[in-house]
Design a protein. Structure first.
Length: 364
């Protein structure tokens, strides 16, 4: 790591003193699932070192009898949900008081990469402003991944879990999450640039003994990155094979004609298959497009490196750009028809199950 960046790291670590809310907002596809698992499973040790990782969803359910989400270690997700779901002011206040209770005695870590994503109902700025209006001592932590690698991984994830139906070219045109400079400056207007900690999601730029996001994040916290009994997350939320992505993309397009909701059973089976098979690495954009994308964001990246990380050389990403074989959609018309039939059957079954559940509720 360069000397200027080390100096900058030391300065903001000294600023993190007591009763600080450290809000980790992603970006998506930068090891967030592994980091959240690490924080949750080592919460007792982290608390000894001055950092509370509260299970906000569990607390909310216990105190108010409302189950907010099936299962997640994104302990900051209620901040976004309170806006997305248009909670009443009274309900938002209850959530804030729950958070403030933890902040009275400790520094607090909340993490949710979805805060980085904008959608018609919620923006990153809205979520952060809602907290900043009531609590001033906030640090925002954000990991950035080179734009070409980010969009490929993010598109893969959205197809896998969010029923994405756009192709990657359309996502590049429409999605705001790739516009790092624009979003960071929006956040800076709310909390101040000095309260934003930007990190780079590249192995050679990670600090710490393991050269991964968990040890790097410990360095962000200013604590040791290993201890007796440490629990490491292992491999989580891996990408799935390109042909499975093509299958799921075709499935999504037909399924969403009937139901506009996730279909986890298909995703789960695809991920279980992927976990037991090795796949060759392919890209979803051409190498020419990759280079154009890097060039397009070069000025933004220089700005971030100099203004948010204090790097005099203006270099944000250091990973070498290499050619990656581009995957071409290759399912036959017959295979596409079979996937359509499968999607229709799954959608019909899910609709039928929902009807049965509603009937049961009415009979109770």
């Amino acid at each position: 790591m360069d000397v200027e960046n080390i100096k900058m790291n030391i300065s903001w670590r000294k600023e993190i003193l007591k009763n600080t809310l450290l809000l980790h907002i992603g970006t998506p596809k930068t090891g967030t699932t592994a980091l959240q698992k690490f924080l949750a499973e080592n919460s007792e040790e982290l608390k000894k070192q001055g950092w509370d990782v509260p299970d906000m969803l569990k607390e909310w359910q216990i105190q108010y009898g409302e189950r907010a989400y099936k299962s997640t270690q994104r302990n900051g997700m209620l901040l976004r949900w309170s806006i997305k779901k248009n909670w009443s002011e009274e309900k938002k206040e209850k959530l804030l008081q729950m958070l403030l209770k933890h902040l009275q005695s400790s520094n607090v870590i909340l993490s949710d990469e979805v805060i980085w994503e904008d959608d018609p109902s919620t923006t990153t700025a809205e979520v952060i402003r809602s907290i900043k209006n009531r609590y001033d001592n906030i640090k925002i932590v954000c990991y950035l991944r080179r734009q070409d690698l980010y969009i490929e991984s993010y598109w893969n994830q959205c197809i896998k879990t969010k029923m994405e139906i756009r192709d990657i070219d359309q996502m590049l045109l429409e999605d705001t999450s790739i516009r790092y400079k624009e979003k960071l400056d929006e956040i800076a207007e709310i909390v101040g640039r000095e309260n934003i900690i930007v990190r780079v999601y590249e192995r050679e730029q990670f600090e710490g003994s393991r050269e991964d996001i968990t040890s790097d994040f410990c360095k962000v916290l200013g604590i040791k990155d290993t201890w007796e009994g440490i629990v490491l997350p292992g491999m989580v939320n891996e990408r799935i094979d390109a042909e499975l992505i093509e299958m799921k993309w075709l499935f999504n397009q037909e399924y969403k004609k009937h139901l506009d909701e996730p279909c986890y059973v298909v995703t789960r089976n695809a991920m279980e298959y992927a976990a037991n098979h090795k796949f060759s690495k392919v890209g979803y954009i051409s190498n020419e497009c990759r280079k154009e994308l890097i060039k397009k964001y070069s000025d933004d990246n220089y700005y971030i490196a100099t203004n948010y990380m204090g790097r005099k050389d203006g270099v944000l990403f250091k990973e070498k750009v290499v050619d990656i074989p581009e995957y071409k959609m290759n399912f036959t018309d017959r295979e596409k028809e079979i996937i359509k039939i499968f999607a229709n059957v799954v959608a019909d079954l899910r609709s039928y199950i929902k009807e049965l559940k509603n009937e049961d509720i009415e009979q109770i």
